[in-house]
Write a protein that binds this ligand. Structure first.
Ligand SMILES: Cc1ncc(COP(=O)(O)O)c(C=O)c1O
Length: 289
């Protein structure tokens, strides 16, 4: 296994990859990123991730130096060069290098980094027994402050604060609400629940990241004829749900069995959750770009 990094058009050893101390990503969190997995040497949902990154850059007014296809090819090349089969790929883009915040005074040559590593967020027992989740005080930003649909690096200061709140009480994840108190998402995952036979997930417009794992799960459920209600929900809906689970590239599909001390149903992963987890794992193993 090698450890090359893609940095601004070059494939270089990890040890040689250095950034300016005046990089806008480091100085101001002025950038966007993606977390992606490779399974069996195939980058899972490569086009979706690259497209989401490019949409984020478009919204942030960062001009990428190459098109989506070239970017995707570079990512595939890095996975090959590093000889990794199952990997966590991190893509980070920043606006460029400058001390001041005014983009007018920056050369605006984006810094672009792709790296591969290993990441196991939870032990296998957590996938069998489920996670305890707590509602945290830190909310997702209102879309007119920091659009949660943009995976911007700066936005994640809030998610890290929220994760620390969850860690502080020993919870597996932190549930973040919208500014109006509706269920949004966890610090690095989307949320699904089942109630009275209906599968539900917060609607994208509420201020969530439109997760690619969420999209995959929607497709897996749709293929079985299971429709999902995308709407506005409160914690009451989760407290009284029959089952719940979280979805994200890092966590994949993981049961959620408790919220704020209240067991969800009998406090064990539900049947649709376990079936979706199984189908998701099969889906990732079969993925070909
Ligand atoms: C805040 C947030 N919500 C949801 C997700 C899940 O998105 P995806 O499935 O694309 O990884 C992530 C993952 O990065 C996230 O950070």
């Amino acid at each position: 296994m090698n450890n090359f990094v893609f940095l601004n058009g070059d494939f270089i050893p990890f040890e040689d990859a250095h950034l300016s101390i005046y990089d806008h990503g480091f100085m101001y969190g002025d950038g966007a990123f993606e977390g992606i997995r490779a399974y069996n040497g195939e980058v899972f949902r490569l086009k979706d991730h690259v497209h989401r990154l490019y949409n984020a850059c478009k919204a942030l007014w960062i001009n990428m130096p190459y098109g989506e296809d070239v970017f995707a090819e570079n990512m595939k090349k890095l996975v090959k060069m590093n000889e990794v089969k199952d990997a966590y790929i991190r893509v980070t883009v920043s606006r460029g290098v400058s001390l001041g915040l005014d983009p007018k005074k920056i050369k605006c040559d984006p810094t672009v980094v792709i790296s591969t590593s290993q990441l196991a967020l939870y032990p296998e027992s957590a996938y069998q027994n489920g996670l305890d989740v707590v509602t945290v005080a830190t909310r997702v930003a209102a879309p007119d402050i920091l659009e949660p649909r943009i995976k911007s690096t700066g936005k994640y200061v809030a998610n890290i604060q929220a994760k620390m709140e969850a860690n502080f009480v020993g919870a597996g994840e932190g549930l973040m609400l919208t500014p109006n108190g509706y269920v949004a998402e966890c610090t690095g995952d989307n949320i699904f629940f089942v109630k009275d036979g209906e599968v539900c997930t917060p609607a994208a417009f509420l201020g969530i990241l439109e997760g690619i794992t969420r999209k995959t799960v929607l497709e897996i459920l749709d293929a079985q004829g299971i429709k999902v209600k995308q709407g506005t929900f409160t914690r009451f809906d989760l407290y009284t749900a029959d089952e719940a689970f979280l979805t994200g590239t890092a966590a994949e599909v993981i049961p959620m069995v408790q919220l704020d001390g209240r067991p969800i149903a009998d406090g064990k992963p539900g049947p649709l959750t376990l079936d979706t987890l199984k189908r998701f794992r099969e889906f990732t193993q079969k993925w070909r770009n």
